[in-house]
Design a protein around this ligand. Structure first.
Ligand SMILES: NC(=O)C1=CN([C@@H]2O[C@H](COP(=O)(O)OP(=O)(O)OC[C@H]3O[C@@H](n4cnc5c(N)ncnc54)[C@H](O)[C@@H]3O)[C@@H](O)[C@H]2O)C=CC1
Ligand SMILES: O=C(O)C(=O)[C@H](O)COP(=O)(O)O
Length: 371
């Protein structure tokens, strides 16, 4: 069996070598000719999987993307071609939640907010939006949820129309899939018209897909003198992004919100499990076989610990200001893809055990591990 895997897919060789020959490729450079003898194709979000790419694939029977998002895959075509397709739902959701939280801590410091005083609107309440909402509620924030699809299926779901969030939220964080058309289209969900309706000082966070925000509209608003807190992890037309926006952003990163070691490796593990299932073979490897030990594994909490210390604790695990600084330093010379390829190691809160008799239970509920 010939398995083609993106060279930025951690532990692909370790997970898949037992199935046959693993060939690594560079995500944006994969050519149709390479897939002529491929049985399995494993991609990340930067590879467009469309009829052109698959034109010469004769034996392909499994396509997997080690990502949550699937907008880079022509799923109808893949289905019509009779090829099994899987993504990795939720694999890096926790990493995105920690990215948003770290960004909120930064805004809190920069603008002298009290996070607990803020109303935070979450648009798209799935694998990322739901735990984000729960974490923010644990921290004492008021949270408004908008997810019309869930509202239709779950009568008890506390949905608010987008218009309510636009008018009431102090922060809006977007966690929707990119959907180009239809009733629930998300392309340019934030456009020039909506920017007029959003509270003037409302902060906007986009860590889902670049085209959910009309980047030109954001730039036009900022250049017209209307400044609001802005956090962008994802951009329209990556990797050729709208750099004039950069001076107006509080946090700017290169589509790395989900790039924790655990998040990326979980994506590979989930595809491995799916392929095992398709081939009716037992899964013999798991993430813990390959994931390195964290540099800091445990921490002693004393009885002096209080709510104000939570920020320092989270920042010990992940501080988005590092990634923002790297972005501003390297984006001009090295570019967007270089930043993603050279992303430094980052762990999730679950890698840190909190020890001590004084650890409040709610702190474990925020995602840190028990000894
Ligand atoms: N920046 C990054 O590194 C990452 C970005 N992502 C992006 O985040 C997106 C969300 O991820 P998950 O929460 O795991 O997906 P999910 O599929 O679990 O949840 C998405 C939610 O959005 C809702 N939704 C769909 N259209 C909507 C609309 N028009 N208005 C409001 N809600 C709507 C859906 O009903 C669903 O509940 C992914 O599709 C992906 O594009 C995901 C992981 C990492
Ligand atoms: O899971 C997703 O969806 C994402 O956006 C990933 O976190 C980032 O995708 P890659 O570009 O690393 O495939």
């Amino acid at each position: 069996m010939i398995i083609y895997a993106d060279d930025y897919m951690p532990y692909a060789r370790q997970f898949f070598a037992d199935f046959g020959e693993v060939r690594l490729f560079s995500g944006r450079k994969l050519q149709p000719e390479q897939l002529a003898d491929a049985d399995v194709l494993l991609v990340r979000s930067i590879t467009r999987v469309d009829p052109a790419l698959l034109a010469k694939a004769r034996s392909l029977r499994f396509i997997g993307t080690a990502t949550i998002g699937t907008d880079h895959v022509d799923k109808d075509y893949v289905q019509r071609a009779g090829i099994a397709f899987h993504n990795a739902p939720g694999c890096n959701a926790r990493a995105v939640v920690e990215y948003v939280l770290s960004s909120l801590f930064h805004l809190t410091e920069r603008y002298q907010w009290q996070l607990q005083d803020k109303t935070i609107g979450i648009v798209g309440v799935g694998n990322i939006g739901q735990p984000l909402a729960e974490l923010l509620q644990l921290m004492g924030c008021q949270v408004l949820l908008c997810d019309p699809l869930r509202a239709r299926q779950e009568p008890d779901f506390a949905h608010q129309p987008l218009e309510v969030l636009l008018q009431q939220a102090d922060v809006l964080s977007f966690h929707v899939p990119l959907c180009q058309s239809g009733d629930n289209a998300t392309r340019h969900l934030v456009n020039a018209e909506r920017l007029q309706q959003i509270k003037p000082d409302c902060a906007l966070i986009n860590a889902c897909r670049g085209a959910v925000f009309d980047n030109q509209a954001l730039l036009a608003e900022a250049e017209a003198g209307h400044r609001r807190p802005l956090v962008l992890d994802v951009w329209e037309q990556e990797p050729t992004i709208l750099l004039p926006l950069l001076p107006y952003l509080d946090i700017a990163t290169a589509h790395i919100a989900g790039h924790s070691i655990e998040g990326k490796a979980r994506g590979t593990e989930m595809l491995y499990q799916q392929l095992c299932q398709q081939l009716q073979r037992p899964a013999v490897y798991q993430l813990s076989d390959f994931c390195p030990q964290p540099a800091i594994q445990s921490l002693q909490i004393t009885e002096n610990f209080g709510l104000p210390d939570v920020q320092n604790l989270f920042r010990l695990v992940y501080d988005v200001r590092r990634d923002d600084a790297l972005f501003r330093h390297h984006i001009q010379k090295q570019g967007f893809d270089w930043l993603r390829k050279h992303y430094p190691a980052r762990r999730e809160c679950s890698s840190l055990q909190l020890r001590g008799t004084a650890v409040p239970d709610w702190l474990y509920q925020t995602g840190f591990s028990r000894p």
